[in-house]
Design a protein around this ligand. Structure first.
Ligand code: ZN
Ligand code: ZN
Ligand code: FE
Length: 729
């Protein structure tokens, strides 16, 4: 901006700008310089112009603000009960933007010309809707429509009241949200919830619940002050809250002491929750099983046919799909489980420049990708599991969409070392086709780098990576790793002992297989477990292990959790990845700090952590009838003890005192607290994820940082340091 006036006024202006920015503004930096005054007297906003060196910013979608909610329910307001009310401080952003810079003409609102009243607000600098791109009202903006189960429009005067009535009577409804369709039903109605599970092919995975307000959240759960702040923030994520009564809303999240709760974040949600009159609603992604969320008509009517009994939709198109974000708070730490709506595509600062624009394609599960340009990383919304063809297709199209929106043409592509990840195959094929440089990054190096990038740690550190599975440089499946290194490289300082993973991925779905494998490795028996498995199945798996048929070796701590969960009698089979480990965490009860025995082999580097003594004792405890609560507590304490001993051994060699904790296992809050507590007491500084998930949803950020460092080191002098294309539109 250009501002004229006496020097002290200008100083104050610059100060105010940083000190009291508008609600949704994020100030990255302010640079000012003097130029000759022109004697201008009026305030003007010129049309946005883009030059090739400009970094394009697109905001995340923001929940309806308090002012707009007040107007929504004010009978005197001209937008009374209008389901698309918004202002500069709230409303859709990423999901409606079709091009940059952000102007109405480049949003899906372009087909709704503003009426005179809206236009006046839009042009008035003192109005709350000044330059609010999606501004609209009942006279000029989008409209709701009620549809039957085939998607045929119904002639209904009040679609919200009709939809609420259908849900109250036990129907499953599909509702158009901000980033896609939700499937909704009465969360208290066990038969409706059961029917939704059956139709969606979703056995036990928890559903999120939408509640009307903070009061309702307090009624069903026990939110802390931090959790309430997050629940009501403009990002409005799903927050994991401890249940007040574990038997309430049982079918929503069976056996789970937590409920994923969110509050209304669009005006339509506010209207619906008011019409539900205190009834909590299941709100789950509108899709079948793990497919990507549906977001376009008329395909949605076809894809959700057989799941939804009725539709509440509208004619404001969604350009980019975006699932809800999920966060778990422990103490004062916000731990993202999924970073998506309300957060993506907020750029994250990198510790150093990308020498060229880079695309990092992430992993296979909980996929995200990242675009790197100069000192910023733009992380995509959640893509789901790329095993699904539909998810892979949307991954491809969303990569293209982001590159287009942000006008970034990648010169290098970075991917996981795993040759069979769909994202790896995409990266290799595209690199070959476009003559780009392809860089492979080891999975746990990327996990570690992602946590380092988040904390701006551009120095050698100890990376503790406890994870499900990731392809190792030796071709085995890693996941219990102590790495030493920085963005430029790493060495494997220690790892858990390898055991076979009988049947490969089948062992992930059936934790008892990992239990049998660990028991066989330790030469131990566990009659309480073996009694639960049918004898021919047990015999087969023992042979599979013995002959190493389709049984890759793994050092995974996630799989060790599975084994211990099965031996302890917590769970033999899972319906989603990580379920057994999660339940093992929940059953743990406070008590003594007693630990299980283990052994660290120091013969030759890397150190090897031998958990055979641990497995023998766990089996003995389980057979002796020790409750899972005690076994779990001891197991967690043992892992903390292992982490502490190994980190001390590494510190003696390297002098390093900073430890980053990353990998999917660190979604376990109990383990995080135990390990960081123990390490801090020993004089280490520990770093945990707060911005991107510790699981594979955070991989792309780590890959990006590693590639940026690698390319900086190899860049020839004089090469253009800021290659960025002009926008396509
Ligand atoms: Zn507003
Ligand atoms: Zn209007
Ligand atoms: Fe991982």
């Amino acid at each position: 901006m250009e501002v004229e006036g006496p020097i002290d006024h200008l100083d104050r202006f610059v100060h105010e700008l940083s000190a009291r920015p508008p609600a949704l503004a994020r100030i990255e930096n302010v640079t000012s310089f003097e130029q000759p005054a022109r004697g201008e007297r009026t305030f003007v906003i010129r049309d946005s112009a883009v030059d090739s060196l400009m970094c394009i910013a697109i905001s995340p979608d923001a929940a309806t603000c308090d002012d707009c909610v007040a107007e929504l329910f004010d009978p005197a307001n001209r937008r009374y009960l209008y389901p698309f009310i918004n202002c500069t401080n709230c409303g859709p952003r990423l999901t409606i933007v079709t091009g940059a810079p952000y102007d109405r003409a480049r949003t899906t609102m372009s087909s709704f010309p503003m009426c005179a009243a809206c236009h006046n607000e839009y042009q008035n600098p003192s109005d709350r809707r000044f330059h609010a791109q999606p501004v609209a009202c009942a006279a000029c903006g989008p409209r709701l429509s009620a549809r039957d189960l085939r998607g045929e429009p119904l002639d209904i005067h009040d679609p919200v009241a009709w939809f609420a009535q259908r849900l109250r009577s036990g129907a499953i409804g599909a509702l158009k949200g901000l980033g896609g369709y939700h499937l909704a039903c009465d969360a208290r109605n066990e038969s409706a919830v059961g029917e939704l599970r059956r139709r969606k092919h979703r056995d036990e995975k928890p559903f999120a619940v939408m509640l009307a307000d903070v009061q309702a959240a307090r009624r069903w759960c026990e939110p802390s002050a931090e959790e309430i702040k997050l629940l009501t923030s403009p990002s409005r994520p799903i927050v994991m809250l401890r249940r007040r009564n574990p038997d309430d809303l049982l079918g929503v999240a069976p056996g789970n002491p937590y409920l994923g709760i969110m509050l209304p974040y669009t005006p339509l949600h506010h209207l619906l929750m008011r019409a539900m009159n205190g009834v909590p609603l299941v709100m789950t992604s509108g899709n079948r099983s793990d497919e990507p969320i549906s977001y376009t008509e008329p395909q949605v009517f076809e894809r959700l046919a057989g799941i939804a009994d009725c539709f509440l939709t509208h004619n404001r198109p969604i350009h980019t799909r975006c699932d809800d974000s999920v966060i778990r708070v422990t103490g004062s730490i916000e731990r993202p489980i999924r970073r998506s709506r309300g957060y993506a595509p907020q750029p994250l600062p990198l510790p150093f420049e990308c020498p060229v624009p880079i695309l990092a394609v992430g992993g296979q599960l909980k996929a995200t990708f990242a675009l790197g340009q100069r000192r910023r990383a733009i992380l995509s919304h959640h893509m789901g599991d790329l095993d699904h063809f539909e998810a892979y297709r949307s991954f491809e199209s969303d990569v293209a969409r982001y590159a287009d929106l942000f006008a970034i043409i990648p010169r290098a592509i970075v991917h996981d070392l795993h040759p069979n990840y769909a994202s790896t195959r995409y990266a290799m094929a595209r690199a070959a086709r476009e003559g780009l440089r392809a860089i492979a990054v080891q999975h746990h190096h990327a996990h570690m780098a992602s946590c380092m990038a988040e904390h701006g740690l551009d120095e050698p550190v100890i990376g503790v990576s406890f994870d499900g599975t990731g392809f190792g440089t030796d071709g085995n499946i890693w996941g219990g790793e102590f790495l030493v290194g920085d963005f430029a490289g790493f060495t494997r300082a220690a790892h858990f002992r390898y055991v076979p993973m009988p049947g490969g991925d089948a062992a992930i779905r059936e934790p008892w297989r990992m239990a049998v494998s660990h028991l066989a490795d330790a030469g131990a028996e566990c009659s309480s477990l073996f009694r639960r498995i049918d004898p021919p199945g047990l015999r087969t798996i023992r042979q599979v292990i013995h002959r190493r048929i389709n049984s890759p070796l793994t050092s995974s701590v996630g799989r060790l959790f599975d084994a211990v969960a099965a031996i302890a009698g917590v769970r033999d089979r899972v319906s989603f990845e990580g379920q057994a480990a999660m339940e093992l965490e929940w059953v743990a009860k406070e008590g003594s700090e007693e630990i299980y025995p283990y052994h660290i082999e120091r013969l030759a580097p890397p150190l090897k952590i031998d958990t055979r003594p641990l497995i023998c004792r766990v089996a003995k405890d389980a057979d002796g009838g020790l409750p899972p609560a005690t076994i779990s507590r001891r197991f967690h304490s043992t892992l903390a003890s292992i982490a502490a001993r190994v980190c001390r051994a590494i510190r003696e060699e390297s002098g390093l005192e900073k430890v980053v904790l990353s990998g999917g296992v660190f979604m376990n809050a109990r383990l995080c607290a135990l390990i960081s507590g123990k390490l801090e007491a020993l004089g280490f500084s520990t770093f945990q994820h707060r911005i991107v998930p510790p699981n594979d949803g955070g991989l792309s950020l780590g890959q990006l940082a590693i590639a940026a460092r690698m390319l900086s080191a190899t860049r020839s002098p004089g090469e253009d340091s800021c290659v960025s294309a002009s926008p396509a539109r």
